[in-house]
Design a protein around this ligand. Sequence first.
Ligand code: F6P
Length: 435
Amino acid sequence: MTEPHRGALGQGNDIGPIPFNQTTHGERYAPLRSSNPGQGIDSAMWPWRQSGLFVSPKSVLNISAMRYAYEDSPAADGWGRLPTRMPHRYGRGMRVGILTGGGDCPGLNAVIRAVVKVGVRRFGHEHVGILHGWRGLLEQQTVPLGVRDVSGILDRGGTILKSSRTNPCRDAETTQAALDGFAALGIDALVVLGGEDTLGAANQLHAEHGLPIVGVPKTIDNDLSGTDVTFGFDTAVQIVCSSIDRLHTTAESHDRVMVVEVMGRHVGWIALESGIAGGADYILIPEHHPNVPAVVDALRARHSRGLDSSIVVVSEGVDLGDGGAEGERDEFGHALLAQQGVGDRLGAIIREATGFDTRVTVLGHVQRGGTPTARDRILATRFGTHAAEMVEEGLFGRMASLRGAIITDVPLADAVGTLKTVPDEYYRLAQPFFG
Ligand code: F6P
């Protein structure tokens, strides 16, 4: 029998006790899934499980099927064992949607894995994957998301749920479609992995329409307030740093200036950290108004000291004061900065002013691809774990956050209000190494 879903649209978790074999979402816990059809653990086992005993005629016959069935069971612990005391939500686990929006970044899959594994094993949650970010909510594109679906994805870049830059709040019609989509999925909570735009929409849907949403901060740009760092950033910095290492050697061979354009949108975190780590000879970031003549002077000074090659890192959002170029905008109104070609324009200025042989490398989406660093995998796992806990605790309208060494959470509104920019003193750390 299917009962109406609870918790959606902030209706609360106020249903009374329910029989062990009946759930808030119909029959979703029984029969359990099995890796071997016909040999799995069926609903006849529920009385055994309710009592906490780890024995049944079928389980004795097929240990492997039993393990898989327990793996997916809300009552099993991380090793597939039944607890002797049932969790307080036994048989009442929440149904949780997960979506990934905006530009992808390494670590998204690690978060998805943690939300699902922790949610299932500790709290008895079940999950549904919403495809293509907010677009999947509007268009009802979903996939089932069980423990086995998220096995083996910890180290995979990208997102198994796919992404888009769809804005669900762009007008009244799409907002209504998002609310309808949420209700139609029968979910009690939604975990949203996103950056400024995706979480901005999440905040709006929570604040104005009461959707029970938990946010997880993602972006290679590291520009979200409310958290010391976002996952994906460490990997992007590592990719840029190793690219700069390579550019050093070819620049030296040819006595060239290498301009390296990196991502970061309106902030210079990637440029600054990769430039410091890669020994760049000049770093330009959007927060620090660029003094192009000073760049030219620094390069000339290097050459006059017999250093015939140089590396200049420039963040894509830097305003060179030359008028720039107008490009396309996305659904959230952001210019596609790659089209503005700041690297090429800076390279041309340097070439003309110094006469040095100058080349430009635009690293582009390479910075977002591939496997996450170990640091990002750990951060993503911690964020995902905390997001599952926040769902269980009903901490909606909030975002998982790293503060110092501690994982905590902050209001979504605090995270999306203003961009986290590079502080002046951090940029000053790099300046003595210029030229
Ligand atoms: O926000 C992440 C980011 O990679 C920015 O650094 C960059 O400006 C933008 O996304 C690129 O977006 P797209 O993937 O739509 O080209």
